[in-house]
Design a protein around this ligand. Structure first.
Ligand SMILES: [Zn+2]
Length: 291
């Protein structure tokens, strides 16, 4: 009887070693991929947001935002952190010969971040570019009617917000809107309210809310107020809100946001339910900005 050979053939050993090597490499790659997906963005965000906020930038906030000096220290800090992240992620592009300055970038970032100051999370994540013109710019508006008739008109615009990661603004109007924080006119608040609305996928006047019940209340209150504004606009009745809000539900939300932040006392007095809905969504009582 011959002796049994327990030794494995050399080829099998090499094959097993290669298999282990491939499997461990794949595992390592998967771990790196998961880290990159879940840990890296948060780590990078924290790293950027904890950078020192330059003193000249603080001066711009003091000079251009009437409410900044009255903010409690913790909110000032939070606003600065959000501005740092906003400036890191978004690219400003000067149009019509405009040279984009720090004053322009900081002022726009601050007003955009004012809307998200009390809402945790990375807002405006899809936004990549902010195109800035020196003043109101001309844009053509193309419309196709149900009958297939195409009409094209040239309009003067102060700002636009798009689903595909861009906002367009006129600096003249940004500057006027930020220095006069009480007339209900603020193109940055308006366009960035559109961005929040568009984050839900549609431009329909309903940003991302916390629960199904919140959507029901939101739809009930905003539809009621929207119809009331449409009636006021149709009959030429005086309204605390701009008639432009009667254009459609998306414009209503953007106009209501301007009114809520800039004229909160008026809104609370004339439209208390709308005030409460916006207060719940934005997580702030903007009367505190008007002391
Ligand atoms: Zn609008």
């Amino acid at each position: 009887m011959g002796a049994v050979n327990f030794a494995r053939p050399a080829q099998l050993v090499i094959l097993q070693a290669m298999l282990w090597w491939i499997l461990s490499s794949l595992l390592l790659l998967a771990i790196c991929g998961l880290l990159w997906l879940f840990w890296w963005p948060g780590w990078q965000r924290r790293r950027i947001m904890t950078r020192a906020f330059p003193a000249p930038w603080q001066q711009i906030l003091h000079d251009n935002l009437p409410y900044y000096a009255g903010l409690p220290e913790d909110l000032r800090k939070r606003l600065q952190q959000q501005i740092l992240w906003f400036l890191h992620e978004k690219t400003f592009v000067g149009c019509g010969g405009l040279q984009v300055s720090d004053e322009m970038r900081i002022t726009i970032a601050a007003e955009a971040c004012l809307l998200t100051l009390h809402q945790p999370g990375n807002h405006y994540a899809r936004l990549r570019f902010i195109y800035l013109y020196p003043n109101a710019y001309r844009a053509s508006n193309r419309e196709v009617t149900a009958a297939g008739v195409v009409s094209e008109q040239t309009q003067h615009r102060l700002g636009e917000s798009w689903h595909d990661g861009k906002v367009v603004l006129s600096w003249d109007d940004v500057s006027r809107g930020s220095s006069n924080f009480g007339d209900g006119d603020n193109v940055v608040l308006h366009e960035f309210a559109h961005q929040l609305d568009q984050a839900s996928g549609d431009s329909n006047g309903a940003p991302l809310l916390r629960s199904a019940q919140s959507y029901q209340q939101w739809a009930r209150v905003l539809a009621h107020e929207f119809e009331a504004l449409q009636r006021d606009a149709r009959h030429g009745h005086r309204s605390t809100m701009k008639y432009y809000g009667a254009t459609n539900p998306a414009e209503f939300f953007a106009v209501a946001t301007e009114h809520f932040y800039e004229q909160p006392e008026h809104m609370l007095e004339r439209h208390p339910e709308l005030f409460r809905q916006l207060q719940q969504y934005y997580g702030v009582d903007p009367r505190e900005l008007h002391h």
